[in-house]
Design a protein around this ligand. Structure first.
Ligand SMILES: Nc1ncnc2c1ncn2[C@@H]1O[C@H](COP(=O)(O)OP(=O)(O)OP(=O)(O)O)[C@@H](O)[C@H]1O
Ligand SMILES: [Mg+2]
Length: 565
């Protein structure tokens, strides 16, 4: 599938500039420094040429603007020194903006993902989101540090040189220069950006897809080895790598063609201005000294437009990255969080005629009715894939229901403040993710200010305290990368401890004992029974032993939920 940009280049640039916000004054500073820097750089050659003209005694100009030797040399050297300082300031401001903004953008993307999750992370390849957070944002650095200001600088400097050559030397020469700027700074970039647009977008797409595939392969390397599927994977990595290489070559070839054409054009315009200058002198329309200054000023003035014409190669990639980032920032979440909604303190749950499907015409749950009172343990059983986890996710509004109602204390879940809902209802999902931090920190995400005593009580309830105490540093032990150092059962019990620590009134448990042996299962169930008087628990499990503690059990089959009498 070919990726098309959703917005035009101009629209992307405008949207990215809007993101600058209060940093825009630093951008103005960068442009001013950059423009003055170029003018200073040209000052070195122009004053040099003035010196040469004076030495050759050519200057009618010297009679008009009497410059002493000392002044000419001083100004030439001074321009050189000032140029250095200004260039430093320009680069400093550009990079200051770029990196500051990258931090802001990462923050925005995280915020957007926070709202789009968990639906987004369930439905899209995680790899492409990771690629966006890493490489797309890096590409935008190029935009902020090396794109906006070169364009502004090119406009300002070209205008300044046009006026300078016109007033000091000749308007004919100034017009030749202007024509050169327009062709090199606008016509060439427009033509080459059109030619490079497709290859840039294709390159980024292949780059992102290769990264995602490679990352996925590394994550699943254990399963690849266990299934003896290395050769197929390697073959596919090679194939994708070849495609990427082909796209890279195509893009680089295009960039090289464009840049050689531009260099050629610069040489042509320099030759043209020299020819016009010589003709003007020949026909007595300009004296040699002024011609020298004008032509030298034009020689040194193509730097800024050259910088602009070098942009398209980067720019197409930047646009593709910018487009993807903007898409994510503007993406409508599957579920919009409820802000300033109703609040409640859980006492009962009533679900009525609830229907839901992930995809049209493929209902997962049909007209589900159930209820749970405070102090009850409700069991849910059913075949794998029948929609048990989906039901729990709907109770937490991870997805929006299609029809029916989910009422907490008589208030529909769609009207309840999202934060308040998560305070009242906690879920321990089938897989618990542990961060590469200490066990203590992993527990504290449920309650950041928990005391050591609270941590230990929760872990005892989840039957994981004794295990933690056997670890070398107890609660301060670091969980290895990806939590691979802990067994599935240990992770599951830490997940349970998190839920106990959170202290919500309704706890949803998705297979809480699937990876736990019968001794630990017994201890966990005992803790759940102890909680019973204070809380409600909805328990999904295949295990009959676990279901034994349920007060009432619902059975799900073909999307229909019925109470088992
Ligand atoms: N994000 C999703 N997008 C599309 N379909 C999904 C999504 N998540 C789950 N499904 C599908 O919905 C159906 C119900 O899935 P669910 O995870 O609720 O089953 P389950 O009863 O919890 O199964 P298990 O006992 O194996 O955990 C399945 O057919 C599953 O493939
Ligand atoms: Mg499930």
């Amino acid at each position: 599938m070919k990726e098309k940009l959703r917005r035009s280049g101009i629209k992307i640039m405008a949207s990215l500039i809007v993101l600058l916000g209060s940093l825009s004054y630093i951008m103005v500073l960068a442009v001013l420094n950059g423009s003055l820097g170029f003018v200073a750089a040209m000052g070195v050659t122009v004053f040099g040429a003035t010196g040469v003209a004076k030495a050759l005694g050519l200057l009618g100009l010297c009679a008009e603007i009497p410059l002493s030797w000392g002044l000419i040399i001083g100004l030439a050297v001074g321009c050189g020194v000032v140029r250095g300082g200004l260039r430093y300031l320009e680069q400093y401001s550009n990079h200051f903006i770029a990196f500051k903004l990258l931090a802001v953008l990462r923050d925005k993307i995280f915020g957007a993902l926070r709202i789009l999750c968990p639906a987004k992370l369930e439905s899209k390849q995680k790899g492409s989101i990771i690629a966006m957070i890493t490489s797309d944002i890096e590409t935008l650095e190029v935009f902020y540090a090396h794109t906006i200001s070169p364009i502004c600088i090119a406009v300002l400097v070209s205008l300044a040189v046009f006026l300078f050559v016109g007033f000091v030397s000749s308007w004919y020469l100034a017009l030749v220069a202007l024509l050169g700027y327009l062709v090199i700074g606008i016509v060439v970039p427009l033509i080459s950006s059109k030619a490079l647009k497709e290859s840039g977008v294709n390159y980024r797409r292949e780059f992102a897809s290769f990264n995602a595939y490679f990352l996925d392969s590394i994550k699943g390397i254990k399963d690849i080895v266990l299934n003896n599927a290395e050769r197929e994977r390697e073959g596919e990595v090679d194939r994708r790598s070849d495609i990427l290489l082909k796209e890279t070559k195509k893009m680089k070839r295009g960039i090289t063609k464009a840049s050689s054409a531009t260099e050629l054009l610069v040489s042509l315009f320099i030759a043209l201005s020299l020819a016009v200058g010589v003709l003007l002198v020949h026909f007595g329309l300009l004296d040699l000294g002024k011609m020298l200054i004008g032509v030298v000023a034009i020689f040194g003035s193509f730097g800024p437009v050259l910088a602009v014409s070098a942009l398209p190669g980067n720019l197409t990639q930047t646009f593709a990255s910018g487009d993807r980032v903007l898409n994510l920032l503007e993406e409508k979440p599957a579920v919009t969080p409820v802000k300033n909604g109703k609040t409640f303190e859980y006492s009962d749950l009533k679900v009525d005629e609830l229907s839901f499907s992930y995809e049209k015409d493929a209902p997962v749950l049909k007209d589900v009715c159930m209820h749970a009172e405070k102090g009850e343990i409700i069991g849910i059983v059913g075949e794998s894939g029948c929609g048990k986890s989906t039901f729990l996710k709907l109770l937490l509004r991870f997805w929006e229901k299609d029809r029916g109602s989910i009422d907490y204390n008589g208030i529909d879940v769609d009207n309840i403040d999202s934060d308040n809902l998560l305070d009242n209802v906690t879920m321990v999902s089938q897989t618990t993710y542990l961060f590469d931090e200490s066990i203590e920190d992993n527990l504290r995400i449920a309650k950041p200010d928990a005391t050591q005593e609270e941590l230990e009580t929760a872990c005892k309830m989840a039957s994981v305290h004794d295990f933690i105490m056997t670890l070398p540093e107890g609660y301060k032990t670091q969980v290895g990368a990806m939590g691979d150092n802990l067994s599935a059962g240990e992770k599951q019990r830490i997940g349970l401890a998190r839920a106990f620590l959170k202290g919500s009134q309704l706890i949803l448990l998705d297979e809480p004992t699937s990876n736990v042996d019968s001794i630990n299962e017994g201890m966990i169930l005992k803790s759940l029974l102890e909680q019973k008087s204070k809380k409600s628990i909805i328990l999904v499990s295949h295990r009959e032993s676990t279901m034994a503690i349920a007060d009432r059990i619902y059975h799900v089959d073909g999307g229909i939920m019925q109470e088992v009498k």
